[in-house]
Design a protein around this ligand. Structure first.
Ligand code: BES
Ligand code: MN
Ligand code: ZN
Length: 460
């Protein structure tokens, strides 16, 4: 599907009309032009969050009626003065993510898919240039959000660490100034990444450590932003195995990795003038005769000893080593993204990811941009008092908390142990928004969280 500005009328084109006066959204045919009436709220009740959902609803309606070409009048939208800026970007992004379906395993129907071809935005001349620019940006961001959803939706048998690494290379292939380097198990061992080794050692699928660099800054020596993503291609829980049905969605436990891979792709395609490094430790958490065990003590890359209180708290173990490795890049900023805890979902529900950082300014910036990007986020505390919780009995620290409470904070506190030296660091626990929910107006499965927020945070 394409979002274009001011192109001429196509055959069988349907006009989208906003109306506060219809009972529900509907298609009206048989007039001179067919129209879709979209039920909208009063101007003063509209906001940016509702606007994003309305766009997805429009696309859902166009899809439902198998319409190939639609037209929308920009005037009607800009009447909502309270929606703020970049509406073209928001339109293109939400339309394209609402159009997404995961078809990898579906047979193409004989007559072909009945896809939306084009949505034309009809704008006044004075709005055109701006609109063209912003819809183009929204289109790029949405393309990469959908790429991250493809990676996350692919089941564990077809998305092993090695496949994730090879798919990453494919995604980056035609992007300028991007380089992908993948460490295999031998190199991971040589770097003494004890956490990555331990979590992956029960799986017959070899662990990988994916490193992507993008040099967009004027100078190669400009300090990079490092993005770290959890790449657990399947999380069974390990020896402390997840009971049914908790493992069912765990092919998406590499959503953090998918998110940062997609983000660097989008930033490179947008030719952002920054240096970016992406690190994705990719492992499969499997029980086996060779697995790591409850009670094991692991020596991490930075020398910290960690006792394994629970083999299902694996994400923090691989991320800790990735954070230690991140130090070699002397980053100006580090952000890690992970489907880290069920506890973050307990705390926030399924509508906002959790943000952790001790940097007040950074927290404020992230929360503000989360609202703007549609990747909603909310802050949880990371006070040093919580460090008590992860003290080890025989090792320095443990990978689970002493109490049963505040598990999202315990996990963030564990990561902080390895991130304390960074000037600016934030951790995004995206478990709450890993999958779409009813009111999202998106297809079921991976939602692609983090990409839109990170692109807005890092673009020029
Ligand atoms: N990948 C899971 C967290 C998760 C759960 C993400 C549901 C998305 C949906 C993570 O590895 C995990 O298992 N965490 C445990 C930690 C506990 C053992 C301390 C959890 O949250 O239960
Ligand atoms: Mn787990
Ligand atoms: Zn996990």
């Amino acid at each position: 599907m394409k979002i274009v500005v001011n192109e001429k009328k196509a055959k069988n084109e349907v006009k989208v009309i906003f109306s506060q006066d219809v009972d529900s959204t509907c298609l009206i045919t048989g007039r001179k032009d067919d129209v879709i009436m979209i039920k909208t709220e009063k101007v003063e009740q509209m906001n940016r969050r509702k606007w994003a959902l309305l766009i997805r609803k429009i696309v859902g309606e166009i899809k439902k009626h198998k319409i190939e070409n639609a037209r929308i009048v920009w005037n009607e939208i800009t009447a909502y003065k309270n929606l703020g800026e970049n509406l073209g970007e928001v339109f293109a992004k939400n339309a394209i993510i609402a159009d997404y379906e995961f078809r990898k395993y579906k047979k193409r129907p004989k007559e072909g898919w009945k896809d939306i071809k084009k949505i034309v935005i009809e704008a006044k001349d004075k709005d055109q240039a701006e609109l063209k620019k912003s819809t183009k940006k929204g289109t790029v961001v949405a393309k990469y959000i959908n790429i991250s959803r493809d990676l996350a939706n692919t089941p564990g048998n077809d998305m092993t660490p090695k496949i994730l690494a090879s798919e990453t290379k494919k995604i980056m292939k035609n992007l300028a100034n991007v380089n992908v380097n993948v460490l295999g198990e031998k190199q991971i061992k040589a770097k003494k990444m004890g956490g990555v080794i331990a979590v992956g050692q029960g799986s017959s699928n070899e662990s990988q450590f994916i490193i992507i660099t993008y040099n967009g800054a004027k100078s190669k020596s400009e300090k990079p932003v490092v993005l770290v993503g959890k790449g657990v291609t399947f999380d069974t829980g390990g020896i402390d195995t997840k009971p049914y049905p908790h493992a069912l969605d765990m092919m998406m436990d590499m959503s953090g990795g998918a998110s940062v891979i997609a983000t660097i792709g989008a930033l490179a395609e947008l030719k952002v003038k920054k240096n970016i490094v992406v690190l994705v430790p990719a492992v499969e958490n499997m029980p086996d005769g060779g697995s790591f065990r409850p009670g094991d003590v692991i020596k991490m890359m930075d020398g910290t000893t960690v006792e394994v209180g629970h083999t299902d708290a694996e994400g923090r173990l691989i991320l800790a080593d990735a954070l230690s490795y991140a130090k070699t890049f002397k980053p100006q900023k580090v952000i890690d993204v992970a489907t880290l805890t069920g506890a973050s979902m307990m705390a926030l529900g399924e509508r906002a990811m959790a943000v952790f950082t001790r940097d007040e300014e950074f927290a404020k910036e992230i929360i503000e941009l989360s609202e703007e990007s549609g990747d909603f986020a909310w802050r949880l505390p990371l006070w040093e008092e919580y460090e008590e919780e992860i003290k080890g009995k025989i090792a320095e620290i443990s990978n689970i908390g002493r109490s049963n409470y505040g598990g999202a904070i315990t996990a963030a506190t564990f990561l902080h142990h390895f991130a304390k030296d960074f000037k600016k660091w934030a951790h995004l626990d995206i478990a709450p928004t890993m999958t779409s929910i009813e009111g999202d107006f998106l297809t079921k499965g991976a939602k692609g969280p983090g990409v839109a927020l990170l692109v807005n945070l890092l673009d020029d």
